[in-house]
Design a binder for this molecule. Structure first.
Ligand code: IDP
Ligand code: MG
Length: 155
């Protein structure tokens, strides 16, 4: 039985400004992942520092904090079997020029600095990042996701 997980996905400010929100949601929905949290918001300096704390001290860190605050983001929680690695696989590598064709970053981005989408990289980061952007009561997990129920029906 594959492992069911939760992950934090965000359409970054460049993705929102370019009108890619629907396209990105559609890809994860089509895959069969279940959307359980969704909001549009402006990231504050404090949230940006919490989110990207692991990169503090790196040359790109100040620009990264400005980038993530440069417009609204669409923050989401997705649930499903192997969703953490599955979503990152669909996003492609950090550098869009190295991402495989067919992934979100390869298809919609040119530069590492503007790579349109974020996804958690481990169960620990997923829970930490979900906690930065969502309260537990903001997540809607009670409805049935058909793609998952197929596996459960088969026992
Ligand atoms: P990830 O988003 O694929 O997990 P990370 O290494 O965690 O990649 O980096 C976080 C974000 O910081 C990247 O998505 C990208 O926007 C930015 N970034 C990472 N490395 C560089 C770099 O070398 N130059 C410029 N921006 C970078
Ligand atoms: Mg990362």
């Amino acid at each position: 039985m594959p492992e069911e997980q939760r992950t934090f996905i965000a359409v970054k400010p460049d993705g929102v400004k370019r009108g890619l929100v629907g396209e990105i949601i559609k890809r994860f929905e089509n895959k069969g992942f279940k959307l359980i949290g969704l909001k549009m918001l402006h990231v504050t300096q404090e949230m940006a520092e919490r989110h990207y704390g692991e990169h503090e001290g790196k040359p790109f860190y100040p620009r990264l904090l400005r980038y993530i605050q440069s417009g609204p983001i669409v923050a989401m929680v997705w649930k499903g079997y192997n969703v953490i690695d599955g979503a990152r696989h669909m996003m492609g590598k950090t550098n869009p020029m190295e991402a495989e064709v067919g992934t979100i970053r390869a298809d919609y981005a040119l530069l590492m600095e503007y790579n349109v989408v974020h996804g958690s990289d481990s169960p620990e980061s997923a829970e930490r990042e979900i906690g930065i952007y969502f309260k537990p009561e903001e997540l809607c997990d009670e409805y049935v996701n058909m793609a998952e129920s197929v596996i459960e029906d088969l026992g």
